[in-house]
Design a protein around this ligand. Structure first.
Ligand code: UD1
Ligand code: MG
Length: 481
């Protein structure tokens, strides 16, 4: 059994903690083939958000309660937290019944039992810790999490006497007067691990839904003379997600949090509301992000870099002082060194780009490594895929790739080499060489004028125009040959 560390003030002794994550509910209102808790917020699943907050809160053991038809949830859980215990709730008989699907694990005897909902993904680790800290005082058997609802419809209500929580009433079972209460149950609960099982097992289903309600743990604790505590959270933090509109509302809350954190960390967002961040976006000091930029997962932007508008970046490590976009697209495994310039309509994927290299217009760079000081001209395309497999391209330092070139991988271009514009490069190019792979230009004196002056009815004869015999495949005066 593992323990969390003491808190900074040292007044919180190490306590073992089991978190039971409830995810067995049906997701009818989502109208989705995907289980609700696998829908994403800021680039990762709701379940991933919950598991990460629990990890930060020091919940060393986690049991995930899934439904019998929830293989996808089990797969995601195992991927995110390989040590997690998976419990299956065969029949959906309520939240207390769901917690008891993990009965054997609870019975091992932890100091704290945290019950959390996988469809309530915005709860901060600080809130879990506040609940656990209250339990650690030793008086309470249950600590419930409450919030003041703008509209309490659908939530369980906190029933208090003399300011002390006595029970939680589900809306369907509440009296008219109780429905007027705005202090609501967020659903999550911390229970004293030693008393939790007997409390949970004492809960019946004498209510309108004939379900075993976790919320009844409060009245059960009071009935035995145990203490009951509560913590308060903001409504935004405890929002539960049942449909797509709530998913979008949660995304907005999370984005606001992420943007605020980025700006606190020293990043400029010119129009924060138009920038979409991922849960793990790192924007270095003095970076500037212009309006309408989307960061997918796995982006790190080095100090002083500028991300221009309409760029879409995922899985990219961007070096200090780089200038990206507008309209740049980075796909996973993109690594840019310092001072790299990537301009408009440039897509980069699985490539390393060296210090000071410039790829400023209309290019595709895939599965490549490019040295420092290289210039890749407009319209350059790396042909990395032959319809069956992908191949790598290596371009050295201080290379000049002329505009509209196609580099057919696998291919190596040596440092200092020069590729003539419009070349299709299929073979390796030695360092400092000039490579050309294109048709030689021909010229027919006066022929342009004759074409322009032909009778209007005559079809255009250009298609039949002959290339003089003996014209070499490539090279011209302009290439310096
Ligand atoms: C619950 C609370 C309610 C609170 C609200 C906050 C109970 C009885 N009620 O109600 O007081 O105001 O949350 O959002 O706890 N689940 C299972 N198995 C089940 C039933 C539910 O795993 O048999 C899981 C769901 O997947 C979900 C969580 O438990 O993650 C909550 O269930 P839900 O049906 O949404 O409870 P609410 O009616 O919203
Ligand atoms: Mg709910």
């Amino acid at each position: 059994m593992s323990f969390n560390a003491c808190d900074e003030s040292g007044d919180w002794p190490p306590r073992s903690c089991l978190a039971v994550v409830l995810a067995a509910g049906e997701s009818t209102r989502m109208r989705s083939a995907r289980p609700k808790v696998l829908h994403e917020l800021a680039g990762r699943s709701m379940l991933a958000h919950v598991l990460s907050a629990l990890e930060e809160a020091g919940a060393a053991e986690v049991a995930i309660v899934a439904g019998p038809d929830h293989e996808a949830i089990v797969d995601e859980a195992k991927k995110l937290r390989p040590g997690a215990i998976i419990a299956v709730q065969a029949e959906r008989l309520g939240t207390a019944h769901a917690v008891l699907a993990a009965r054997d694990t609870i019975a091992k005897g932890y100091d704290d039992l945290l019950v959390v909902f996988a469809d309530t993904p915005l709860v901060r680790p600080e809130t879990f810790n506040a609940m656990r800290k209250k339990l650690a005082r030793g008086q309470d058997a249950v600590v419930a999490l409450g919030f003041k609802a703008k509209d309490p419809a659908g939530y369980g209500r906190f029933i208090c006497e003399d300011g002390r929580l006595q029970s939680i009433r589900e809306e369907r079972d509440a009296t008219e007067a109780e429905r007027g209460i705005y202090f609501c149950n967020a659903g999550l609960m911390a229970l004293d691990g030693r008393r939790a099982l007997s409390l949970l097992e004492s809960i019946g289903n004498a209510n309108s839904k004939k379900e075993f309600y976790l919320t009844d743990a409060v009245a059960a604790a009071r009935a035995r003379g145990f203490g009951v505590g509560s913590e308060i959270a903001g409504e935004d933090e405890v929002m539960g997600i049942n449909d797509r509109a709530q998913l979008a509302a949660a995304e907005a809350v999370l984005q606001a949090r992420l943007r605020a954190a980025a700006m606190r960390g020293g990043a400029t967002l010119i129009d924060p509301n138009s920038v979409t961040l991922a849960f793990d976006t790192v924007l270095g000091h003095d970076t500037v992000t212009e309006p309408h930029v989307v960061f997918g997962p796995g982006v790190h932007v080095g100090e002083g870099a500028r991300i221009r508008s309409f760029s879409y970046l995922e899985g990219a490590d961007i070096g200090p002082n780089a200038i990206i976009g507008p309209f740049a697209r980075f796909r996973p495994d993109t690594m840019l060194a310092e001072d790299v310039h990537i301009g408009n309509f440039v897509e980069v994927k699985a490539s390393n780009i060296g210090h000071g290299t410039k790829i400023n217009h209309l290019s595709y760079i895939g599965d490549a490594s490019i040295g420092s000081g290289t210039n890749v001209g407009a319209g350059t395309v790396i042909c990395n895929y032959d319809g069956v497999a992908k191949y790598r391209t290596e371009i050295g330092e201080n290379v000049f790739v002329g505009s509209n070139s196609a580099l057919v991988a696998p291919v190596k271009i040596g440092s200092g080499a020069y590729i003539g514009s419009g070349s299709v490069i299929t073979g390796d190019v030695a360092p400092d060489a000039l490579a050309l792979g294109r048709a030689r230009q021909i010229e027919k004196p006066g022929r342009g004028k004759a074409l322009r002056q032909r009778p209007r009815k005559e079809p255009c004869p250009l298609a039949k125009e002959q290339v003089p015999a003996g014209t070499p495949a490539s090279g011209s005066e302009k290439d310096g040959l």
